[in-house]
Write a protein that binds this ligand. Sequence first.
Ligand code: 13P
Length: 246
Amino acid sequence: MRRKLVVGNWKMNGSRLANAELLAALTAAGPWSCDVAVCAPFPYLADVALSLQGGRMTWGAQDCSSHEAGAYTGEVAAAMLAEFGCRYVIVGHSERRAYHAESDQLVADKAKIALAHGLTPIVCVGETLAEREGGHTDIVVKRQMSAVIHTLGHCISQVVVAYEPVWAIGTGKTATPEQAQAVHALLRTQLHAATPKVEEMQILYGGSVKADNAASLFSQPDIDGGLIGGASLKAADFAAICRAAA
Ligand code: 13P
């Protein structure tokens, strides 16, 4: 049986004080019987590590460089994230693909370097509204996934996949459990051809997951938890989502 995983993606939100309060409230609300992690902005990772070390929650970052080290101003290396105890790093979030023109291959290269440094990449895939309405959802998510499969080979079994339909992110519009399940099943079938360990792989859903829709999404056979944006910033909401997964 796959364990459920709930990951908070704080995006570019928070402050040292707000983060400390949020993490204290979450620590008091847990532990849960699912795995729980938070992905914080880079400057807060040391604080988050101090708050969470020794507990059940793990943490990660929201991006990493595709390079090992060197003259890449403004970038952060996977090796640096590992030094701060990160367990996860999100790669290929649609906001990075859209605002920073990240290609499928760049995302795959980031996943590869993350794995090389002992981090678990959370690889995001998902279609835009126009792509869904044009009937291209399957082609788009398979193309995004395929770049990562080809770059990682059998190591693909070590990543977490997150299906995040772009039209559902931050819009309050959630994919129905059936819509999400259909894409998750498609992805699992695609991954099946790449690794015999596909049944152990966690595929998360992200896009306006809230306390009141989490349980129905997480009850789908191929939805193994969630990648949570807005609702991960409020302790009571995030705790309720973790309870729904547990
Ligand atoms: P929301 O939960 O705010 O829709 O964001 C989802 C997301 O992008 C998580 O990575």
